[in-house]
Design a protein around this ligand. Structure first.
Ligand code: UD1
Length: 427
């Protein structure tokens, strides 16, 4: 298994291109199931999770054609065509590798009237149920059965009537599944307390381009008037705000200056506010953002929350940055339980962090030193890389398949900005 070797201390400087957003791509791809016509997605990131999802789509008879870009370029163009669905079953072997597979449930149900999807397994960042996905589909008139580890959703004869659902907890995935179902229902559906992350807006914009009728896009109350048919479309995946935020932390922890080409400031207000409160300067224009940290980093207090609050997917990376800030910072993780698995690994690198329940107290600045560390989940892995860039000596990060799920050509991008990082095969 590959590992990454990072020798810390280089000040990052240069330009890093920002890829298409993984979490947007994972909800845009299943939209291909909603139409007989081709759906072409541009700017799809080259990631293990995207390859996995493409493979899952072939299970339903969807043809996928990769067009385009030369291997040395970032992103690619893929056309998905679901002219005839040959199956509406997502088997365990494909689903267990990727939680986002649950996002085929709604579109398969909407298009085929029936869908059977293996229940996604437990997850390293806490117990992640799918009850809200199922309750929303039930509110639209679906009949749900759970048997032998599978969820089977069925529309009544004549199709789903549609209906109203008020989310008791804001859920990105459940909002996405609900939207992809309601667009083809017979009647009107309303979602209250829906997630309004930029990736949800990206999904709504694609659905509208395909002929869907959605009101309230960008707000937490959405009204969806079902239509009989959706058409194909060509659509560009939004830039990855979490990738951009991660490289911003990487630049800042080295006291560097990095241009994040393609980053969209409008999607990043809370991350940028957090960075600014730590003393990082940010300038943005319509093509990207420049991040600079040449002064002292300051401690701050941060709490994750649904959008427009601070993304839970930025918590680990900001925590690494705060290890080098002067003073005591308090972090609160309000979205997921058990999302501090990077803490013991950061401690092995010299960080001074205490956790109690969902609160973490970070005392800085710590003298970070290189160590052998283990990646535990996607964003936790990135926090170790960020710490390693500012650590004295060499850090080896193992289990980097987590990083390959979500960061397109990570070491290449960091090398572009002058980091000393290489991927080596493990003996
Ligand atoms: C998505 C993102 C993930 C991000 C998360 C929160 C993708 C592929 N993943 O995950 O990177 O960290 O949003 O921004 O886009 N919940 C329930 N019942 C449900 C669903 C969720 O109780 O049926 C709870 C979860 O346990 C969690 C909270 O709701 O506490 C938010 O989870 P959710 O927004 O659904 O996360 P995902 O969509 O899985």
């Amino acid at each position: 298994m590959d590992k990454l070797i990072i020798r810390g201390g280089n000040r990052l400087s240069g330009t890093i291109p920002i890829s298409g957003a993984k979490n947007a791509a994972l909800t845009l791809i299943p939209c291909a199931l909603l139409t007989e016509e081709p759906l072409t997605l541009r700017n799809l990131p080259r990631l293990a999770d995207i390859d996995g999802f493409q493979h899952l789509m072939t299970q339903f008879g969807v043809s996928t054609g990769i067009r385009g870009k030369r291997p040395e370029e970032f992103g690619r163009v893929v056309t998905f065509e679901a002219a005839h669905l040959t199956s509406n079953v997502a088997p365990y072997d494909l689903v267990r590798k990727m939680r986002a597979s649950i996002l085929v449930l709604g579109p398969l149900l909407a298009r085929a009237g029936e869908a059977t999807v293996s229940l996604p397994g437990g997850c390293a960042i806490g117990n992640r149920p799918i009850d809200l996905h199922l309750k929303a589909l039930e509110a639209f008139g679906a009949n749900i059965e759970l048997t032998q580890g599978y969820v089977k959703a069925m529309a009544p004869d004549g199709g789903l009537p549609g209906g109203d659902f008020d989310f008791p907890v804001v859920s990105v995935g459940a909002t996405e599944n609900a939207l992809m179902t309601a667009v083809l229902a017979n009647g009107t559906s309303r979602l209250f307390n829906a997630a309004r992350e930029p990736e949800i807006v990206d999904l709504c914009n694609l659905l509208v381009a395909m002929g869907a009728e959605i009101e309230g896009i960008g707000s937490s109350d959405l009204t969806i008037h079902g239509v009989k048919k959706l058409n194909g479309a060509t659509y560009k995946v939004m830039p990855d705000r979490i990738e951009a935020g991660s490289y911003a932390c990487a630049a800042a922890i080295t006291g560097g200056e990095v241009r994040l080409e393609g980053a969209c400031e409008a999607d990043m207000h809370s991350t940028n506010a957090a960075l600014k409160s730590i003393g990082v300067e940010i300038e943005s224009d319509k093509h990207g953002m420049t991040v600079r940290a040449d002064g002292q980093l300051k401690a701050t207090n941060l709490s994750t929350a649904p959008f427009p609050g601070l993304a839970t997917d930025m918590q680990a990376q900001l925590m690494s940055l705060l290890c080098k800030a002067e003073g005591t910072s308090v972090l609160k993780e309000t979205i997921f339980e058990n999302r501090y698995m990077h803490v013991p690994e950061l401690a092995r690198m010299g960080a001074n962090i205490e956790t109690e329940g969902r609160t973490a107290i970070v005392k800085g600045p710590a003298d970070l030193t290189g160590a052998e560390v283990m990646a535990t989940d996607l964003r936790a892995s990135m926090s170790l890389i960020i710490a390693a860039l500012a650590a004295e000596g060499e850090t080896q990060v193992r289990r980097i398949y987590h990083l390959d799920r979500g960061y397109e050509r990570l070491e290449e991008k960091l090398q572009l900005a002058g980091a000393d990082i290489e991927r080596v095969g493990d003996e």
